[in-house]
Design a protein around this ligand. Structure first.
Ligand SMILES: [Zn+2]
Length: 383
């Protein structure tokens, strides 16, 4: 795969870590303005970022030298005076390899450009692989994707189930049999690129925050919750624009909250965890055990269990946006309706009146785009 050191643009000129802090911070402000609000003139960039015109001009010159931004021609408007030249992100300056390991059936991945546009897709079937076998599948998928672009790669982003620390160590991912697995260092050694690893539910929430406008998934406010329902059940929380990870990196681990003390025994050893009624494999097993006529009731029970767990979280944080991400045949319809109704019954109207609970339109891409966002944050300084 094309490594950045072979690329025409060298890595050393673009990473924020190698710049003085103030300059790196200002550069982030300019990049963020271009990401959030699209192409604009240097004068508009100065207004949006709060920086002076000369500072913005110098930073834009740097970004253009690095290939990350480019001039897009003159703005076509009727104002008097010299027309302003627009500056925008050069989407294809770098590509990012991004993978999502949350599905119980397959690891999925994509090559995306700097604006989150999907350039290529690939996937690899899991076939029950766990432990080292699962790590090998991730390496194979990353290699496959890396070979599909001729652009220099900015890095690799990984959205994985489980608890992940800031060193990219997967402390626990029960379903994949990973315990204290140094996934970031393993992959970085394998591909020779910067690798950034995060929890899949957190990635989905960050994906909406960073690329919401691109994907049509934009959240209504600065606080949102994404509930991912797949191999397991997890929550990604963004509050006041910031990802909430928790001191033990376990914020949002709601899958093992007890919802039925007499329920089935869970992989964690206890009974009646939320995952036992809501995770995709368990839910599909339950649906197979019932006839078609009971399908709605099984999905309703799963949605109700989710609502019971979510109601106090939504109330405590006064969230107004909850997005369910998972297989459409499971989460749409009866499950969503029951979750929504249960939350409404169990929260004050002051909380529930402003609440939107919806399905993520483009399911798996949220975590993929969020993992790409991990790379953009670390390598370009976007927040
Ligand atoms: Zn459990």
């Amino acid at each position: 795969m094309p490594r950045r050191e072979d690329a025409p643009v060298t890595t050393t000129t673009i990473t924020r870590q190698q710049q003085p802090p103030v300059r790196a911070h200002n550069r982030s402000l300019v990049l963020q303005a271009l990401y959030r609000d699209g192409s604009m003139s240097r004068a508009d960039l100065a207004r949006r970022s709060g920086l002076t015109r000369p500072t913005v001009s110098a930073l834009v010159a740097d970004l253009i030298d690095d290939g990350i931004a480019r001039e897009l021609g003159v703005r076509d408007d009727a104002r008097v005076g010299k027309p302003a030249t627009l500056v925008g992100i050069e989407s294809d300056a770098f590509h990012i390899v991004t993978v999502d390991l949350s599905s119980a059936e397959r690891f999925v991945g994509a090559v995306v450009d700097l604006r989150g546009g999907v350039v290529e897709r690939a996937s690899v079937e899991l076939d029950g692989a766990v432990g080292e076998a699962a790590v090998s599948l991730v390496e194979r998928l990353v290699d496959d994707l890396g070979s599909r672009t001729t652009r220099p790669l900015l890095g690799v982003g990984v959205a994985t189930p489980g608890i992940v620390d800031h060193d990219g160590v997967v402390r626990t991912a029960v379903h994949l049999g990973w315990y204290d697995l140094g996934l970031r260092s393993r992959l970085a050694d394998h591909v020779g690129l910067p690798v950034h690893v995060g929890n899949d539910s957190n990635a989905a929430a960050v994906g909406i925050r960073t690329f919401g406008e691109t994907t049509g998934q934009a959240a209504a406010g600065q606080s949102l919750m994404v509930v991912t329902i797949d191999h397991g059940v997890g929550v990604g929380l963004v509050v006041a624009g910031a990802l909430v990870e928790g001191d033990q990196f376990s914020a949002g681990e709601i899958g093992h909250v007890t919802v039925d003390e007499n329920g089935d025994v869970c992989a964690c050893g206890r009974r009646g965890c939320l995952e036992e009624v809501l995770a995709a494999p368990q839910l599909r097993t339950r649906l197979r055990q019932h006839d078609e006529g009971s399908r709605g009731a099984v999905l309703h029970d799963a949605g109700r269990a989710l609502g019971l767990v979510l109601a106090p979280i939504i109330s405590a944080l006064n969230l107004n946006e909850v997005v369910l991400s998972g297989p459409a045949d499971l989460v749409e319809g009866a499950l969503l309706r029951a979750a929504r109704e249960t939350v409404r019954q169990r929260t004050l109207s002051a909380v529930s009146n402003g609440l939107t609970m919806r399905i993520a339109g483009s399911g798996t891409d949220l975590a993929l785009l969020g993992a790409a966002s991990f790379v953009l944050q670390a390598e370009l300084g976007l927040t």
